[in-house]
Design a protein around this ligand. Structure first.
Ligand code: SF4
Ligand code: SF4
Length: 470
């Protein structure tokens, strides 16, 4: 008779109710009735089917658990990751990130473009020309296969230093996409120093997704985000952001905060950006890649960060149960992945559906790698190097990351950012082991938040049926 075993899962409670996170498939299920009874009986080892399912309800529950990957026939291989089933033929592209310039009018100390986290010594300033931007769009379309919805993201340096190329590129991309029966969405990240009324109006008229890089209130912003001679940028950006937010009402505008050990005050930063400035949501990007720098978050800094994120998550859950959205995008991103049962074989889209393009047209794994020599994946003038992409997909697969294979958050984390690993360990395929404890603790917190919302106001989670909070 067939022996059945339970696959890896983590059980936890939300109020009176019990849930399980199914590790290989990244799905959250409620444990009640026959489902709980079957998993209880499997907790001390495999059992025969007859011992587990003697009633019609129990058979149904066992089938359901098997279809979710929570149980398997004993001896069957672990639940395979999606990408394992097929050879690593690079999938069609959906996103291209154009580094329209590597120049910037700010000199933020932590910037990977100019700071210690740059992969090579600073390159000579370069500005992408219109022809290169058009070729990048052509490359995206040519490599997009069956994907009908595509994304072009403008990045820098400071993107608005090259606004004169962004504008015609959007027009060109729209025309080309229409000719091919596709749709392109655009987004742009800016430090806001060069925003004018005309640019803000253009962004609004063209529904370009905007993320503003800003670190918080004046003292926080001015401690790291400074002009060349050390002058703070807050007083330059604040009125421009205010104008942007007053003009652009039809799409949510987010702030991206680079969080350092010197500025780690999540509640105050969040309050300023959401309540005082009026951003829709805020995402925090902690600087963790280089060790030994006085602004990098490490050791005790991770504990502080987790406690601050936990407080904000608490507020998020309360608001969600009340039917309101609190714009803490770090939590929204994980909730969205949990809700959809995302099971990753790769940490991010870099090299998968996304590539970056340097100002000169060199193609890299993502915007942070583009133009950094060894990591180039071709050129927009000669085409994408598919062999390099395949090689990357083989080496980057979760199954080749020994340290991650037994980690319970592997299907959500999958090793972490390649760029951080390259900077920290000199090898992009090394898992980012310096923050694993933090990732696991943060994922636990997010799972708890997810189930509390599931119990308190399940309708709130419907927003994650589609990709992003809006
Ligand atoms: S938390 Fe660490 S061990 Fe776990 S998947 Fe991420 S990088 Fe790998
Ligand atoms: S490698 Fe890192 S920086 Fe690049 S897309 Fe992935 S997560 Fe982002």
């Amino acid at each position: 008779m067939t022996l059945v075993r339970a696959n890896e899962l983590r059980r936890f409670n939300a109020g009176e109710r019990e849930f399980a996170f199914l590790v290989p498939s990244s799905i959250v299920v409620e444990l009640d009735g026959e489902v709980r009874s079957i998993l209880d009986r499997l907790s001390d080892g495999p059992k025969h089917v007859g011992e587990l399912a003697s009633s019609k309800e129990a058979i149904e529950a066992l089938r359901e658990l098997a279809s979710l990957g929570a149980v398997s026939r004993d001896g069957a291989p672990d639940v395979p990751l999606a990408e394992l089933a097929s050879p690593p033929v690079p999938p069609p592209l959906s996103t291209i990130v154009l580094n329209v310039t590597n120049s910037c009018n700010l000199s933020c100390r932590y910037c990977y473009e100019y700071g210690e986290d740059r992969l090579e010594s600073p390159a000579a300033p370069q500005i992408m020309d219109e022809e290169t931007a058009r070729r990048a769009v052509d490359t995206l379309i040519a490599e997009s296969g069956h994907n009908r919805r595509l994304q072009v993201t403008f990045f820098g340096g400071e993107t608005l230093l090259n606004f004169k190329v962004i504008r015609p590129t959007v027009e060109y991309a729209r025309r080309r996409a229409a000719e091919e029966g596709k749709f392109i969405d655009f987004s742009l990240t800016t430090n806001a120093t060069l925003l004018t009324r005309e640019i803000s109006q253009w962004l609004a008229d063209n529904r370009i997704g905007v993320t503003v890089s800003i670190d918080g209130p004046r003292d926080v912003q001015d401690s790291m985000r400074v002009f060349g001679r050390g002058l703070g940028s807050y007083d330059v950006v604040a009125p421009r952001i205010k104008e942007l937010l007053s003009i652009y009402k039809t799409r949510p505008i987010g702030a991206r905060v680079t969080l350092t050990a010197k500025t780690i005050d999540v509640p105050r930063i969040f309050h300023h950006l959401i309540d005082e400035m009026g951003f829709y949501e805020v995402g925090f990007a902690p600087v963790t890649s280089s060790s030994g720098l006085d602004y990098a978050i490490d050791g005790e800094g991770f504990d502080i960060l987790l406690a601050q994120f936990a407080d904000l998550a608490e507020r998020y859950v309360d608001a969600a149960i009340d039917g309101r959205y609190l714009g803490f995008s770090n939590l929204s991103d994980v909730l969205g992945e949990i809700h959809k049962g995302v099971s990753k074989a790769y940490p991010c889209g870099a090299g998968l559906g996304l590539l970056g393009v340097a100002p000169g047209g060199e193609i890299g794994l993502c915007h942070r790698f583009a133009g950094s020599g060894d990591h180039d994946f071709g050129d927009v003038h000669t085409g994408v190097d598919s062999a390099k992409r395949s090689e990357h997909l083989v080496k980057g697969h979760l199954d080749h990351r020994t340290d991650c294979r037994t980690c319970w958050v592997r299907s959500l984390c999958s090793g972490g950012c390649y760029h951080e690993a390259q900077v920290r360990y000199g090898d992009r395929f090394r898992p980012n082991l310096h923050y694993c404890d933090w990732i696991r603790a943060w994922t636990s917190l997010a799972l708890e938040a997810y189930t509390r919302i599931l119990v308190g106001n399940p309708a709130f989670l419907e927003r994650f049926d589609e990709r992003k909070v809006a």
